[in-house]
Design a protein around this ligand. Structure first.
Ligand code: ZN
Length: 409
């Protein structure tokens, strides 16, 4: 860690400790004791659960008169997290977002069609502020009303579409269905950083005829726009003049060796309203080593591969539900519903994979089990015990379904 970075981090910690949240969270910490990266990585993490305890304004680290706006992330349960922004925070965010557009090759000639939502959520307004700072024309559509979206896209000749991957796909399908592709002027898509497969990416790019860019961000750390992939497409540059990034093993909390996958942890360097120190994003990625050929001198992280809450390690192999989804999708006769049980028996980890199938139980289902076991071993490097069950036999949940049950701990 460079001295200048350590100094920025220490300033940020000193500043954060003006908030009631960090006065409590870092009660045992003396900033002057932090003299190296080794000292820094001993600091406790900040997690989303902790931020809920700060509701409503416990994260605020400046006097009220400096706050110009709030945003809020809903989360799936309970209390929202409220993030206060100063004028400088709002400006810094727009500067980062403008840089994202520039990295994607957008200019002030572009007409930027913004479909993410406006409001407490950080999405729409971030896309807009960046577009305006760039000097492009912002078209603040917000989500929904596909008829109007397509009409405006045609009449105003939008050249850049900003959307979630699922909404971009829906628009692409509608444009195709209506046969208006030749009236669309889109050249680029700036797509929010959900996990999305290569299959979906190809469909959107193909049907809309655009180059796609993954934009990264989260409400707790400004919002979308803190990183984006460049025209070389393979990884996202992170704006490390505003952020310090670490990648940790989500189970142990230790830094992973460079180039290994883990959870992204972010420290804000200059944020005023609600600075965050070692904030756990729960997004899984890895550092991409070396300097990018595009010439940008910002470090890169790989496209997100999932959430750390979903990942488990068996026999030293990290298992991601996203990989299992992809694998099972390639096997005929296996439905999308499955469950994995991991147990520890007689000193060994045992992996059992239940999957639903329409094939008849008996010889056929047994054959399918063997195929699943073989493919799993080939593609993931683990040998599960595969068990076929009939359609509808695995429990369903209204919320996001849990696929992996780790019974070892
Ligand atoms: Zn690059």
């Amino acid at each position: 860690m460079e001295t200048v970075t350590l100094d920025l981090i220490k300033n940020s910690i000193r500043h954060a400790m003006k908030s009631s949240f960090y006065q409590h969270h870092f009660a045992q910490i003396n900033v002057e004791d932090i003299k190296s990266k080794d000292d820094f990585i001993k600091l406790p993490f900040t997690d989303k659960e902790d931020l809920r305890d700060a509701y409503p304004l416990g994260l605020q680290a400046v006097p009220d008169e400096k706050i110009v706006r709030i945003h809020s992330s809903s989360g799936t349960t309970g209390t929202p997290v409220i993030i206060p922004y100063t004028k400088r925070d709002v400006d810094d965010w727009a500067t980062m977002f403008k840089r994202c557009y520039e990295t994607a090759g957008c200019t002030k000639q572009d007409r930027i069609h913004i479909t993410p939502g406006y409001g407490l959520w950080t999405a729409g307004i971030g896309f807009q502020a960046g577009a305006e700072l760039l000097g492009a024309l912002a078209i603040p559509m917000g989500p929904g009303n596909t008829d109007k979206q397509i009409k405006m896209m045609i009449d105003l000749q939008s050249t850049v579409i900003c959307a979630t991957s699922s909404y971009a796909l829906l628009l692409a399908e509608e444009i195709e269905k209506r046969g208006v592709r030749d009236k669309i002027h889109l050249k680029k898509g700036v797509i929010g950083s959900e996990r999305w497969g290569e299959k979906m990416r190809k469909r959107i790019a193909g049907e809309l005829g655009v180059e796609l860019y993954d934009i990264y961000g989260l409400t707790e750390i400004y919002g979308p726009g803190i990183g984006i992939n460049c025209q070389l497409q393979d990884a996202m540059h992170m704006w490390t003049d505003y952020l310090y990034c670490e990648i940790i093993d989500p189970k142990t909390g230790m830094l992973v060796p460079d180039g290994e996958t883990g959870e992204l942890v972010i420290t804000t360097l200059v944020k005023e309203g609600a600075p965050l120190i070692r904030y756990r994003t729960h997004d899984l990625t890895k550092f991409v080593p070396g300097k990018c050929e595009c010439g940008l001198n910002y470090p890169r992280i790989a496209t997100l591969i999932g959430r750390s809450d979903d990942m488990v390690k068996v026999h030293g192999v990290i298992l991601y539900p996203s990989r299992v989804d992809e694998l099972l999708a390639t096997i005929d006769g296996v439905s999308s519903e499955y469950q994995i049980m991991i147990d520890h028996l007689n000193g060994k980890d045992i992996l059992t994979l239940f999957f639903e199938t329409k094939v008849e139980m008996g010889e056929l289902s047994h054959k399918l089990e063997k195929t699943v076991e073989h493919e799993f071993k080939q593609k993931i490097g683990l040998t599960p015990k595969a068990k076929a069950v009939g359609m509808g036999e695995l429990p369903r949940s209204e919320k996001k379904s849990t696929r992996v049950f780790d019974n070892r701990y």
